[in-house]
Design a protein around this ligand. Structure first.
Ligand SMILES: Cc1cc2nc3c(=O)[nH]c(=O)nc-3n(C[C@H](O)[C@H](O)[C@H](O)COP(=O)(O)OP(=O)(O)OC[C@H]3O[C@@H](n4cnc5c(N)ncnc54)[C@H](O)[C@@H]3O)c2cc1C
Length: 449
């Protein structure tokens, strides 16, 4: 067994992976192409550069799933969290950082590790087996030659260059006195029972109002370098479809054919369909509703859809340039490529979304790889923790056919035995997560001793 770990990309995930693996005792070679070659968004040669916002979002572990992920990562000795805490700026309940100080702290901490060698240079091909254990953490802006090589290694349809995110709704917030379960023509597909979709009906007046709200809503524009990515034509935002004609959506994602509203006994004028998005059936995505509308506008306009008046969104829609693989199809539970287990993936390229989520997957990949090199058992975190919920969503929980990047949210956690609601439920999930995390960390410590 090759005892050296190669990590490609010193972003949020690669830096965290290098830190975790090196601190566990593995020898690491960290490859970073900047400054010799850069991406469309990075500006510096520092590790873990924040390419846009300087916020790590909510730091409230009791009520917010991102805050819970912060806390779990702190307890697991995360470098990203250590650097964030050391460079934090006043931002209310959010954890915002001085981006230069943050990146400097991460870079220095890694440079100071005796068992990490840093190599600057672009890696253009997926490494061959002689490299031994390798983590690919090259992010949403993976350089083109490497992206092509990943595509050859994983299959043409398993790597996306754009995400097309439709909003995701918590099932418990949908009003089932209006919405109903039914598949078109009651068709029983593979694994289905003829009632696989949640349907929200619109009458003609509601539909016309919805189209006019879409047309006048504020949109986020593409960055110049994103607009030229050809993949975009294949997944048009709903507002673009609406602009092509007032009935385009009614003959597209909102078509009512094969459906009958049980309240009226008739086919509705138009429908919004939601499809199950995780195996726990807590999250449902709005089919075909990828959008560039501003987040506030999405909430306002989608809550006007009958049945979604009180909808809570686990994720709002978006479209971005993004390189990510179909992880639930390609990766095993320890983030290894099933077809080539010496290769792991980490960060945004695995189909998580966000600085923290990317770093969290880097943390796990680094620990798993180190355990393997040091001949210790690799123990995935329980799915009741934020780390485990995210890992299990991207490796087994998400639907391979509709896989799109995901943020951490409470819908990814297994339900509690005793169902609560709202704030009380979140707090109970968070308490259970930290108890289970501490137990997992204890078992890991004993295995390493
Ligand atoms: C424009 C943009 C804005 C974003 N804004 C936010 C935001 O505001 N908040 C948020 O939470 N998330 C944001 N994200 C999403 C995401 O969380 C970040 O991109 C995050 O940095 C992902 O972490 P990562 O480690 O996977 O990738 P990165 O942090 O991008 O790290 C990947 C590293 O790999 C290097 N690399 C790439 N190809 C090669 C190669 N072939 N050889 C060697 N090195 C290579 C890159 O230079 C980079 O250092 C944004 C993404 C983009 C693209």
């Amino acid at each position: 067994m090759n005892t050296q770990l190669h990590i490609i990309g010193a972003g949020l995930a690669g830096s965290e992976a290098a830190w975790q693996a090196a601190r566990a005792g593995a020898k690491v070679v960290l490859h970073e192409m900047r400054p010799l070659r850069t991406t469309e968004a990075h500006q510096t040669e520092g590790f873990a550069e924040l390419v846009c916002s300087n916020s790590f979002r909510s730091d409230d572990w009791q009520n917010n799933a991102v805050g819970l992920l912060h806390e779990e990562m702190r307890r697991a000795g995360s470098l990203i969290m250590q650097a964030a805490d050391a460079n934090k700026l006043p931002a209310g309940g959010a954890l915002a950082v001085d981006r230069e100080g943050f990146s400097r702290s991460v870079t220095t901490a890694i440079e100071d590790l005796a068992n990490v060698e840093i190599r600057r240079g672009e890696i253009c091909d997926v490494p061959q087996d002689e490299w031994g254990p390798t983590i690919i953490a090259t992010g949403p802006l993976t350089s083109a030659p490497l992206a092509e090589s990943i595509q050859s290694a994983t299959g043409h349809d398993a790597l996306a260059f754009f995400d097309a995110i439709a909003p995701i709704v918590y099932r418990e917030s949908i009003d089932f006195s209006v919405a109903w379960f039914q598949s078109r023509y009651d068709k029983k597909g593979p694994g289905g029972d003829g009632a696989d979709y949640i349907n929200c009906p619109l009458d003609e007046a509601q539909y016309r109002e919805f189209i006019s709200a879409l047309m006048s809503a504020e949109k986020v524009s593409f960055k110049e370098w994103e607009a030229s990515t050809p993949y975009f034509e294949g997944c048009l935002p709903i507002e673009v479809m609406a602009a092509r004609g007032p009935d385009t959506l009614r003959f597209g994602p909102m078509k009512p054919v094969g459906l009958c509203d049980p309240r009226t006994g008739r086919r509705p004028f138009a429908v919004v369909q939601l499809r199950q998005d995780n195996s726990l059936a807590t999250l449902w995505n709005m089919v075909g509703f990828q959008t560039k509308l501003k987040h506030g506008e999405q909430t306002r306009i989608f809550r006007a859809i009958p049945g979604l008046l009180n909808a809570e969104f686990a994720r709002l829609g978006g479209l971005h340039r993004n390189t990510f693989i179909n992880s639930p199809r390609l990766l095993d539970g320890e983030l290894r490529l099933k077809a080539r287990p010496a290769l792991r993936f980490a960060g945004q390229i695995t189909g998580v979304e966000g600085y923290l989520e990317s770093a969290a997957i880097g943390l796990l990949a680094g620990r798993f790889a180190a355990a393997e090199i040091l001949d210790r058992p690799a123990l995935p975190p329980p799915p009741t923790t934020a780390l485990g919920a995210l890992l299990s969503h991207i490796t087994v929980g998400a639907d391979t056919r509709t896989f799109q990047p995901m943020n951490i949210n409470f819908g990814l956690f297994p339900e509690l035995e005793q169902q609560g609601r709202g704030r009380e439920r979140k707090q109970a999930i968070a308490r259970r997560a930290l108890t289970d995390l501490d137990r997992w960390l204890g078992i890991e410590r004993n295995a390493a001793a």
